[in-house]
Design a protein around this ligand. Structure first.
Ligand code: AMP
Length: 217
């Protein structure tokens, strides 16, 4: 259960990661959530990351690699972990491989979705700043507008989910992150899931992969 969830922004990685991590009892490690928490707390790392994040660009590799290298070696990651949003570049993928050499990754799941659906999902997305739970204006609204169903905190649009930034994030994804898919394919640990379907259907596909019944590509 040492997993990586890969795919474009808006592919549903975070939503699926929360469900899988809950079901299988492993930590869900989202670099986006970790970085947003650093920004909110005004730490030195957060100050460094914030200008990249607010323009939809990637935070430098050395910053995120250092954050993840130490995180996956913590005690609670012994039974496994789920990385969501990392690695996002080839140097990050190589650094992760080196860091976990003794207990290598088990599987990388690639969430495949068409671009048109991604833009709609991201622009309509609302996120709880406290627990990271996501909603969608029309497809999956919170029960009480602006209040998180899970923790009761405020739900707002992430700044980088505005349309002009979404387009840049998708461009950055295509340029920097999509080569990581072939990296894991070459390593023989990639599985692809059609992620344009409903949350429950995608979850079904993910759990089939995890139970070894899914199709590896
Ligand atoms: P996310 O919540 O995964 O969409 O990430 C939000 C933002 O955090 C991204 O647009 C990047 O600016 C930054 N970020 C998250 N993960 C990484 C990563 N692995 N490498 C570089 N930047 C990252």
């Amino acid at each position: 259960m040492r997993l990586v969830f890969l795919g474009p922004p808006g592919a549903g990685k975070g939503t699926q990661a929360k469900k899988v991590a809950g079901e299988f009892g492993i930590p869900h490690i989202s670099t986006g959530d970790l970085l947003r928490s650093e920004v909110d707390r005004g730490t030195a790392l957060g100050q460094k990351a914030s200008s990249y994040m607010s323009t939809g660009n990637l935070v430098p590799d050395e910053v995120v690699v250092a954050m993840i290298e130490s995180r996956v070696l913590e005690q609670d990651c012994q039974p496994g972990y789920l990385l969501d949003g990392f690695p996002r570049t080839l140097p990050q993928a190589r650094a992760l491989d080196a860091a976990v050499q003794e207990r290598p990754l088990g599987r990388a799941i690639y969430f495949e979705v068409e671009d048109a659906a991604l833009i709609d999902r991201l622009v309509g997305r609302r996120t709880c700043r406290n627990c990271g739970m996501t909603y969608h204006g029309t497809n999956r609204p919170e029960k009480e507008l602006g209040i998180c169903d899970r923790c009761g905190e405020e739900v707002t649009q992430r700044e980088d989910d505005r349309e002009e930034l979404v387009r840049n994030r998708l461009e950055v994804y295509r340029r920097e992150t999509s080569p990581v898919i072939s990296f894991y394919e070459d390593n023989g640990i990639l599985s692809t899931v059609a992620a344009g379907a409903s949350i429950d259907e995608v979850y079904g596909s993910v759990t089939r992969v995890l139970r070894g019944l899914g199709e590896s590509s």
